[in-house]
Ligand binder design. Sequence first.
Ligand SMILES: NC(=O)c1ccc[n+]([C@@H]2O[C@H](COP(=O)([O-])OP(=O)(O)OC[C@H]3O[C@@H](n4cnc5c(N)ncnc54)[C@H](OP(=O)(O)O)[C@@H]3O)[C@@H](O)[C@H]2O)c1
Length: 274
Amino acid sequence: MSKTVFITGTSSGIGRETALYFSENRWNVIATMRHPESRKTGLEGRKNIDVIHLDVLDPDSIQQAVTHALTTYGSIDAVVNNAGYAAFGPFEASTPEAVRRQFHTNVEGLMDVTRALIPVFRRQGHGTIVNVTSMAGRMTFPLYSLYNSTKWAVEGFSEAVAFELRPFNIKVKIIEPGIINTSFYDRSKDVLSTKEITAYDTLVEKIIRYEEGNIKKGKFSPPSVVARTIYKAATDGSWKLRYHTGKYSGTILGLRRVLPERTFIGMMRYLTLR
Ligand SMILES: NC(=O)c1ccc[n+]([C@@H]2O[C@H](COP(=O)([O-])OP(=O)(O)OC[C@H]3O[C@@H](n4cnc5c(N)ncnc54)[C@H](OP(=O)(O)O)[C@@H]3O)[C@@H](O)[C@H]2O)c1
């Protein structure tokens, strides 16, 4: 019998590629997104992909999507918590609303989806929770303080909850992508307005130049690379917790592990701010 995966944020990028990859491997795919009625993504109309509404900020939509999945397929074997975005800019320019929305989406939304699925997995006696964090969940970048803190939070949450779920045969997986070519760096980015604070202008320009330089030099991996890693994490049967994937993630996180902290942070400063 086909297995079923439940994925958040499938309207573009990593989520969309992951939906396609699982479907090519004959899984039933609950492809959730905020605006299925208005977004044409190429997922709709495919035999084993069920495109439905879910906004991680809306608990009712989470419950309705889970109920729909169970009614239609009887069980859910894996969830991929992928929905997320980055606030970009100096912390001083952030508003409490920007902070709340960043944490609500990337952390609380992910927790709400996870909480809705744990009882299902417990009853079934199995299930895999795949949380998409980032290499930015274990190191940091200038001007991404809000985003970095959310991904560090998800890393901590995932590692801790894995202890309590293991006795129920529920696996927790953390996916740490590097730099991936998606809408993350343009459409999805929440740029914090610095109109009234000019003190950071030089830094902001430097980081934008650094990112644009990476784009021009093609220093990105396609989202399909991450989709394959997510699939591997959901199907390898191991209790392995972390999977790095995509350009730079393995190298940067390897250096983070072996270098003294001062050296690593000095290197990041040189790479991003020179
Ligand atoms: N691209 C990278 O370099 C990179 C690196 C490391 C980690 N990641 C992580 O990978 C994940 C996917 O990002 P991506 O690179 O594929 O970017 P993306 O193409 O911008 O995709 C982000 C997805 O999240 C959805 N989303 C945002 N807020 C949502 C909400 N409230 N409820 C439901 N869905 C919501 C978006 O939906 P809409 O279309 O409605 O906006 C979109 O489908 C994110 O968690 C991101 O942090 C990305």
